[in-house]
Design a protein around this ligand. Sequence first.
Ligand SMILES: [Zn+2]
Length: 427
Amino acid sequence: MPVLLKNATFIDWQTLDFSNRNILAEKNKSEIRFVDDEFCETAGIQVLDCTGKLVTKSFGIGHHHVYSALSRGMGAPKKNPSGFLEILKYIWWTLDKCLNEKMIESSALVTAMECARAGSTFVIDHHASPFAVKGSLNIIAGAFEKVGVSHLLCYEISDRDKMQIAREGLEETEEYLKNHQGLVGLHASFTVGDSTLKAAVDLMKRYNSGIHIHVAEDIYDQEMCIRKYGKRVVKRLSQAGVLDSKKTILAHCLHLDDDEKEIIRTSGCRVVENCESNLNNNVGYFNGKNLGENIMLGTDGMHSDMLQSAKAAFFVGQRNDNINYKSSYQRFRNIHHYINENEFTGDGENNLVVLDYNPPTPVNKDNFLGHFLFGITSNHVNDVISNGKLIVRDRKILTVDEDEILNTSREQAILLWEKMAKAKVYK
Ligand SMILES: [Zn+2]
């Protein structure tokens, strides 16, 4: 059923122009229509009274990890990790090895629900489950579609669990790309040898896709690359053809030299900043200087709240980055340009968020960015329209039974934690 947002204060996400509108959003029509008051009485239309509310384009997440959704509240590993590599080994690589299909489905459902409730209707995910590779992307896609969240998925192929699992990652990717929009995922340069790297780039070219990979998240990635290949990470990836596609996404990009920044800047590929994850892993600080305009924002699996990510990038960036009001908003919104320019589907103008934001000071085109950074939070997300369909109303998900999904995910989390406890490195 088409959705009519009546008497809304509409904010154009690109120009930040404010106008009072009745907005009609329809399925399969990526454009929205502005209609007059008489139209509001038309039968067969779902009407939301948006008097006093702000309506704008919904949000997207540039780099996420469904696989980490059941980690919240789990116990500590047997050894307190010292450094990034041990964080991976003792926490994330222990967790993802224990994931089975049921756990992946629960992880994807709760992630999609949290994305929707925080105003995001498009998610770019980077998935790993080394002992449940086959079919994992289909499970995630199905869960996201149940909730009503659009997606661009990939499996993070890696040699870290030996070549058989790397091959399974390549096969899963190819199977998935035959029928879906997606990317070719690679974990990171330091866990991907030359033959897997070549196979992934071949796959990318064959399916006219892009690579989605972690780049220089920690200095270890660079040290290892120089030691093993005699060159820096971006040079290695670039020579292998990773940056030949404008669909390619490079997550993190913390430890780059000027040459690498230039290669990225002139490639047209996208960089994704994940500020809170970098703080949590203590790997350094992102700085967008000399990286160009193609910076997007992600959560790296920490949470699903892009308004929070934008604030973190802005505040942490005050000391470490060349970020300001305008560029923090541009980074927050760049995902839409990435999706549109690369002709991925699911992010048309019929994706909208209704914000129940009643500010203590005037809000308008000229000062909106001040409200964006210091006022508006995901608590103000009242309703969400995804591809012309109302999926959140009055902060409740309409498409699935939230309580049932959360009950199941809590059960699955316990099973996952018990399994992890039996692993050598976990409590
Ligand atoms: Zn990541």
